[in-house]
Design a protein around this ligand. Structure first.
Ligand code: AMP
Ligand code: MG
Length: 492
């Protein structure tokens, strides 16, 4: 039933990882399984056996052909460099080839203490596992590049965080687990050969067109390619109010996927200063800072590649600096493209940026829900009754009332009619996002009462975020007063 493994990472020299078999758990039980993804990865579901699957996804049985290992990496955590982090509880089984011919990593997260555990327990509580499952799959349904969730199992064991919780393991699927921190691990050891090996692997897996460039150009081009994907990724996050929460360099993927869902959350009322993570006391990873943190992370990547960018280190620094500075323009244009689409604009006009910014200001002044504002703007392309549904999101309306006529005047210069504009807005502005109070409710039911019904219901709603689902209005609404979640805990 398990697809055949291609062991790419396991064939790298030994200093890239520690061989490590998952530590068996007491009583594995499969609590979530992603059939469409399993099919895409080439699992034979005709022979699907829930008990065997539970054993595999718990690490109690290692599928044949897998050579489990824990990857080595370093990373800047909240700006502080840690030269040896590594997979403290994750185990890479190997890579499989999906239906599109792409290699995908299959990793068990929460599989026991590895040589990188640094005194922690190597395990994961059920809450954070289900949280990553829900939010990563929601991101996928929103069309945003992300790692995926293939399965979740409970272990029959308890893990101790703030309170004892049921233990669980997430099976995560990624384009790869190469991170900025993987490069930093070897840069900290002056191991240029390892950096070249990693860079060549990243090019082969994620940017194969760069393989044709002469060596002297290839590695700067790699930084540029990663930068392009990160700029596009963060612009997409900003377009749905997503706050990652821990944009450390070890959580910055070379493939450009959203990775490592810890204290992440979606903003409700628009405010660029929004921070949810309880461990982010300085607000470093707040909503509005994300674009510039990605740039900072990319600068760290470029530093590791300097020896390969140019033999003359001054010239290498010059080239890398120019490239990292170009991020600003690249990000701005990605962001503007996202925001134009959200406002139903296809043509590009000079005043568009200002139009977007003044809407965001009006939203902030009126404490308007970020995602619902855009969704309901799509109903208010023309003046009429639907406008009331938009205005009710604002507790101060001067800004939005002044803004609407300006937007409609701008829409009149699009080449299509109001129906078409409304339709394309509905296709990019989600009605359903993982609302924090709904996520918390689902996790609590599972962890406290072994009741997975709210999790299943939420997962179903989030799988189709752009289509109105009758009877599921409650999932679209912001938290009622008193239920809003202002803090999310890493507790992972
Ligand atoms: P994260 O904050 O999840 O990105 O993790 C940062 C580092 O801490 C990584 O090296 C993880 O492997 C490690 N880590 C996080 N939680 C645990 C745990 N429960 N046991 C062992 N290592 C952990
Ligand atoms: Mg991490």
């Amino acid at each position: 039933m398990f697809p055949e493994f291609t062991l790419r990472y396991a064939r790298l020299p030994e200093r890239f990882y520690e061989r490590f078999d998952p530590v068996p758990v007491k009583a594995p039980r499969l609590v979530a399984f992603n059939r469409p993804l399993a099919e895409e990865l080439g699992f034979d579901l005709g022979a699907f056996d829930e008990h065997l699957a539970a054993d595999w996804f718990a690490g109690n049985a290692v599928p044949s052909g897998a050579e489990p290992l824990a990857q080595a990496y370093a990373g800047h955590q909240f700006g502080v460099f840690v030269p040896r982090l590594g997979d403290g509880r994750a185990v890479l089984l190997g890579e499989v080839t999906d239906h599109h011919g792409r290699l995908r990593d299959i990793q068990l997260k929460g599989a026991g203490c590895t040589p990188f555990s640094r005194g922690a327990d190597g395990r994961a509580p059920l809450g954070p596992v289900l949280r990553e499952y829900l939010i990563s799959e929601a991101m996928h349904a929103l069309g945003i590049p992300t790692t995926r969730a293939l399965a979740a199992v409970t272990t029959g064991e308890r893990v101790f965080r703030r309170v004892p919780e049921p233990g669980a393991i997430l099976t995560r699927v990624a384009a790869s687990h190469l991170r900025v921190g993987t490069f930093q691990y070897f840069a900290a050891r002056d191991d240029v050969e390892a950096i070249r090996t990693l860079a060549d692997m990243a090019i082969e897996r994620h940017y194969p067109h760069l393989g044709e460039l002469p060596e002297g150009e290839r590695y700067l081009a790699l930084v540029e390619a990663v930068q392009a994907r990160q700029a596009a990724l963060v612009a997409r996050w900003m377009g749905v109010g997503f706050i990652h929460g821990v944009m450390n360099t070890d959580n910055c993927s070379i493939a450009g996927e959203t990775i490592d869902y810890g204290p992440c959350a979606f903003m409700e009322a628009h405010d660029p200063r929004t921070v949810f993570s309880s461990i982010d006391e300085g607000g470093r990873y707040g909503y509005g800072n994300q674009p510039w943190l990605a740039q900072w992370n990319l600068a760290r990547l470029a530093e590791t590649l300097l020896p390969l960018i140019d033999e003359d280190q001054d010239r290498a620094v010059e080239k890398a600096t120019a490239l990292i500075q170009a991020y600003t323009d690249r990000y701005e244009s990605e962001w503007l493209a996202v925001m134009r689409a959200k406002l139903g604009l296809e043509r590009q006009e000079e005043g568009d940026r200002e139009l977007v910014e003044s809407l965001l200001e009006a939203m902030q002044a009126g404490h308007a829900d970020f995602n619902l504002t855009f969704r309901r703007l799509g109903d208010a392309v023309e003046p009429g009754e639907a406008e009331a549904g938009l205005l009710e999101l604002f507790d101060a309306r001067d800004g939005i009332e002044a803004w609407l006529p300006r937007w409609r005047e701008r829409l009149a210069r699009e080449d299509v009619g109001p129906e078409t504009i409304a339709g394309r807005m509905r296709a990019v502005n989600p009605l359903y996002i993982p609302r924090n109070h709904k996520v918390e409710e689902a996790l609590a039911a599972a962890a406290e009462r072994d009741d997975f019904a709210p999790f299943e219901a939420l997962r179903e709603v989030l799988a189709d975020p752009f289509t109105e689902q009758p009877g599921r209005e409650a999932y679209a609404r912001p938290a009622p007063p008193g239920e809003a979640v202002f803090r999310t805990f890493c507790g992972t």
